[in-house]
Design a protein around this ligand. Structure first.
Ligand code: DHB
Ligand code: FE
Length: 282
C-alpha cells in the first residue's frame, strides 16, 4: 500500500529561483532566506520519498485566460520547465509517476472531485522553487513528482474548505494504491503578499503566524476561514495559502502531527516566506 507520511509547506517566490540561478544565494539578503532551509535539505536527504505529490499554482504559464482549470493533475511521464519570459530555469526536468497519478485521478473523480487531467504541463516557479529549496542544486531530482495545479489566480478560486476536503480524498486515493510507495505531500505558495494595486507590498506577520499555529493544531477550524479574510488580511496573493490546507488535509488527522521544522522570514522579494515540515503523528 502507498502511504503519505509527511507534509512540507513553503512559499515559492520566483526571485528565490533567480537568486539561485544567478549565483546570488550567498548574498546576505538571500542567506537569511536560505538559512531557513538548511535543516529541510538535510531532513529531505534522510527521508527521500518515492513520490512527492506537489500542490502548486501555475501563474499563467501553462494555462491562461483561455482555459482555467480549478484543479489540474499532472499524469505525464515528465514535465518540462516553463519559460516564464526569460528562459526556462536551469533545473532538471521533473519526472512524473503516471501509474500513481492515474490511480489518483480515478479515485478523486469517483470520490466526486472533478479534476482536470493534464497530460502536458510545463511547470513554473510555483513548483520549481520549492523543489530547489528542498533538494538544492542537483543534476537530477531524486524522486518522482505528481503536480497538482490549483487555480488561485483567476476568480472564482476554490475555498479552503474545498481544498481541505480534497486533501482527505488524496489520502484515500494514495492509500488505495497497491504498491509500497512512500509519498510526501507539499503545499506551496503564500504567505501574505500582494503584488498589485494600492496595497502592493502588504505583509501581515501576526496573521501569518496565527495561520501556522492553526494549520498545525486546528486545521479543520482553519479550513472554514472565508476566502475574503485571506484577501483582506494576507493580500490578494495570500489566497495561495488554501493550497497548504490541501496538503494538511492529506495527513493523518486522528493524531497530532510531529513538527520537524518551522521557519518564517520577512521579506523575500514582496513576500513573507513561511515554511513547515510535519510528519504524521504515531
Ligand atoms: C512573488 C511571489 C509569488 O508567490 C509569485 O508567484 C510571484 C512573485 C514576489 O514576492 O515577488
Ligand atoms: Fe505565487
Amino acid at each position: 500500500m502507498a502511504k503519505i507520511t509527511a507534509s512540507v509547506y513553503t512559499s515559492h517566490v520566483p526571485a528565490i529561483g533567480a537568486a539561485l540561478d544567478s549565483g546570488k544565494a550567498g548574498e546576505p539578503y538571500w542567506q537569511k532566506v536560505f538559512s531557513g532551509y538548511d535543516y529541510s535539505k538535510k531532513w529531505n536527504k534522510d527521508n527521500i520519498p518515492d513520490v512527492v505529490f506537489l500542490i502548486y499554482n501555475d501563474h499563467a504559464n501553462a494555462f491562461s485566460l483561455s482555459l482555467i482549470p480549478t484543479f489540474a493533475l499532472g499524469t505525464a511521464e515528465s514535465f518540462p520547465i516553463a519559460d516564464e519570459g526569460w528562459g526556462a530555469r536551469p533545473v532538471p526536468v521533473v519526472k512524473g509517476h503516471p501509474e500513481l497519478a492515474s490511480h489518483i485521478a480515478q479515485s478523486l473523480i469517483q470520490d466526486d472531485f472533478d479534476i482536470t487531467i493534464a497530460n502536458e504541463l510545463p511547470v513554473d516557479h510555483g513548483l520549481t522553487v520549492p523543489m530547489s529549496l528542498m533538494f538544492g542544486e542537483v543534476d537530477e531530482w531524486p524522486c518522482y513528482v505528481i503536480p497538482l495545479h490549483v487555480n488561485v489566480v483567476q476568480y472564482p478560486v476554490p475555498s479552503g474548505a474545498r481544498c481541505f476536503a480534497m486533501g482527505k480524498a488524496i489520502r484515500r486515493a494514495v492509500e488505495s494504491f497497491d504498491q509500497d510507495l512512500n509519498v510526501h505531500i507539499w503545499g506551496t505558495g503564500g504567505m501574505s503578499h500582494q503584488l498589485q494595486g494600492a496595497r502592493a507590498g502588504l505583509i501581515n506577520e501576526k496573521w501569518d503566524n496565527d495561520f501556522l499555529d492553526e494549520l498545525i493544531a486546528e486545521p479543520e477550524k482553519l479550513s472554514k476561514k472565508p476566502h475574503l479574510e485571506y484577501v483582506e488580511e494576507a493580500g490578494s496573493e495570500g489566497i495561495e495559502l488554501v493550497m497548504w490546507l490541501m496538503a494538511r488535509g492529506a495527513m493523518n488527522l486522528e493524531k497530532e502531527p510531529i513538527v520537524k521544522h518551522r521557519f518564517y522570514h520577512v521579506p523575500a522579494s514582496n513576500t513573507a516566506v513561511g515554511h513547515l515540515i510535519l510528519e504524521d503523528g504515531i
